[in-house]
Ligand binder design. Sequence first.
Ligand SMILES: Nc1nc2c(ncn2[C@@H]2O[C@H](COP(=O)(O)OP(=O)(O)OP(=O)(O)O)[C@@H](O)[C@H]2O)c(=O)[nH]1
Ligand SMILES: [Mg+2]
Ligand SMILES: [Zn+2]
Length: 290
Amino acid sequence: MEGIIMKGVGGLYYVRDLTDGTVTPCRARGKFRRQTAPLPGDLVSYERAVPEGIINELKSRRNDLIRPAIANITQAFLVFALAEPDINWDLLNHFLLVMEQKAIRPLILLNKKDLVPEETRQAIIQRFLGTGYELLFISALDPLVRELLTGRLKDEVTVLCGPSGAGKSTLLNQLLGEEKMETGVVSEKIGRGKHTTRHTELVEVGEGLLADTPGFSNIEPQGIPYRELKDLFPEFQPFEGECRFNGCLHDREPGCAVKAQIGTAVSPERYDYYQRMFLKLKEEDKYKWD
Ligand SMILES: Nc1nc2c(ncn2[C@@H]2O[C@H](COP(=O)(O)OP(=O)(O)OP(=O)(O)O)[C@@H](O)[C@H]2O)c(=O)[nH]1
Ligand SMILES: [Mg+2]
Ligand SMILES: [Zn+2]
């Protein structure tokens, strides 16, 4: 039988059958567990048994993420609060890089719009100039968010990513129309939600699957050669090939067509982020072969 892993807790994987939708707790056969740890989102062949079924085979993955740990994602909702906590722009840009790298479509959801005046929105939109990334201002507390987002879940495996306290679990509950995920006020002391989500779990909603994940304050994009970083910035692409030098990396080279667009088709903030990541990756590259 074939199924998809909804969550893994203490070596037990909850497999949802692709045909009838029933969920069976399963153990994984040792032989492949040693090679690849099964993740939520993994497609498997399994056998039903009482009290626990057995996963016999892990199908090859379309993609996977390490943080949050999940496989076969088709789209990501990047949930950031406009306030409480304030937006960590580097974190948002890191997520965008990871999604580009893994060919996962991102949707930027700026939550808690009730906490900030509408005038602040334009400046945020400007930051993503030319990227083509979709950006929505929402309030996860407002039931209207269901109408806005449910249609986008159909036939997708969607992951909710974002820092602790951004409202991911609140949004999931709103989409489910029930309180399934624990949510909590952001504690001033520890800077994260009280009922902070501890593991990644897929749930069925809107004819698709949606994963709530624990929030984190930092992720580092991995395995990007500094020369290829530019390919992960969609707003640079229209100007590729227009720089004075062949193979221009849009850093310090004279006659750079991308740099000429700063403030018009490329936002200063995103370019600044590009340059900082570029330097960082280049530094790391130096030590790679030592
Ligand atoms: N004012 C306001 N508060 C919100 C909104 N959405 C969520 N919150 C509150 O923000 C707090 C944190 O929400 P959670 O849903 O627990 O956040 P989370 O992203 O799941 O956090 P972690 O599980 O720690 O990663 C809760 O007190 C929510 O009630 C919103 O749209 N407006
Ligand atoms: Mg949560
Ligand atoms: Zn250039």
